[in-house]
Write a protein that binds this ligand. Sequence first.
Ligand code: AMP
Ligand code: ZN
Length: 433
Amino acid sequence: MKDLAAVERVSRAELTRLQLGRLQECVARAAARVPLYRERLRQAGASANDIRSLDDLKRLPFTAKSDFRDTYPFGMLAVPMDEIVRIHASSGTTGKPTVVAYTRGDLQTWSEVMARTVMAGGVGPGDVVQNAYGYGLFTGGLGFHYGAELVGAAVIPISGGFTERQLLALRDFGSTVLCATPSYGLHLAEAVEEAGIDPKTLKLRVGFFGAEPWTEGMRRALESRLNLMALNTYGISEVMGPGVSVECSERRGMHVAEDHFLAEIVDPATLQPVARGVQGELVITTLTKEALPLIRYRTRDLTSMDPEPCACGRVLVRIGRITGRTDDMLIIRGVNVYPSQVEHALTQVAGVEPHYLLVIRRADMLDSLEVRVEATAAVAAAGPDAMRGIAAQAKRKLHEVIGLTADVDVVPPKTIERSIGKAKRVEDLRPRD
Ligand code: AMP
Ligand code: ZN
């Protein structure tokens, strides 16, 4: 098998050359095949021919999540449907999801960057990978699955949840690798303790945690309670899914797979590049994507970039932990949720008013979402049974729209606090560390 990770150790000059050629191709391809890019590049007066150095990236227009919404479902694709072999989706800002698609070539690239992700934790033949990321429209499950298979590890496609079964696999199948959201990882750690299992008797060696914000405190807890090395992995569906960047065993920032993804950090207000090391919004340009090339995609994630060489010897730049977002997206049990989606769902339920509050809690390391919403005067007058009936309807609608089960509390009219100015829609009570 070819050495997939060789590119991570080439010289900066060689990497730059590779990136530049790929960037020119990507822009030419996007302009030729995606009307949105053709128009936007025309407006910006930019074309592939103008790109002489990576610095010329600055002249290219940005892409945003709203572009997916405006061209829903397939308007961003650069290939016809008969070249698409996979479709995934993530939450959009309203009722409609953000749809992403892959050609066979894209799946190959994705498998390779995911193989490199798990290789960063030393995973290979002989390893047993318990993949507790969700399988389905979410990119996490299948992304890790293909990468772990490519390096020759044995994959347990257990998906998220069913904690008893996770414990059984950990114990009886001898999992050496755990892939999970950090909150679910901690939930498993607790379950291990409650089951009276000494983590030292498990074979776990390394865990890949991502898809939601977490902290160094959580890392310490995961490492000591599961007796493994916890690595941070970052990805985003629009760009690919997981595989965009991962920590090496130095655990000092996540190396970006720069041969496929060109990363910039910009000031979210001015959209100008920030000085090295300064926090800003992560912007990614895909260099090799066939189905869904993205030029300067605004991820909305806040982080900083460290171009200093890493002790591991990789040439790839590192991004720091994601410290927040420039929009109001929440991640609840690994699911992306925008308050606007909740509002969208509630407006489709007769009998409630658009006065609502999302309350997010964490108990036993698991997130829960409560949606408090006001009944109309008529429903309130009809009594508690009517209010409960409406709550059940709202719960179903919310599940349909955001893909999460929420506890819906229908409250009497005018009981949710009104604010002067910006409404307060979210009360996030989860511990920060
Ligand atoms: P999705 O497209 O559903 O996979 O969600 C992508 C989003 O998940 C990103 O834009 C981030 O906000 C979040 N995310 C992914 N990985 C991480 C990570 N390691 N740390 C913090 N947030 C993350
Ligand atoms: Zn490193």
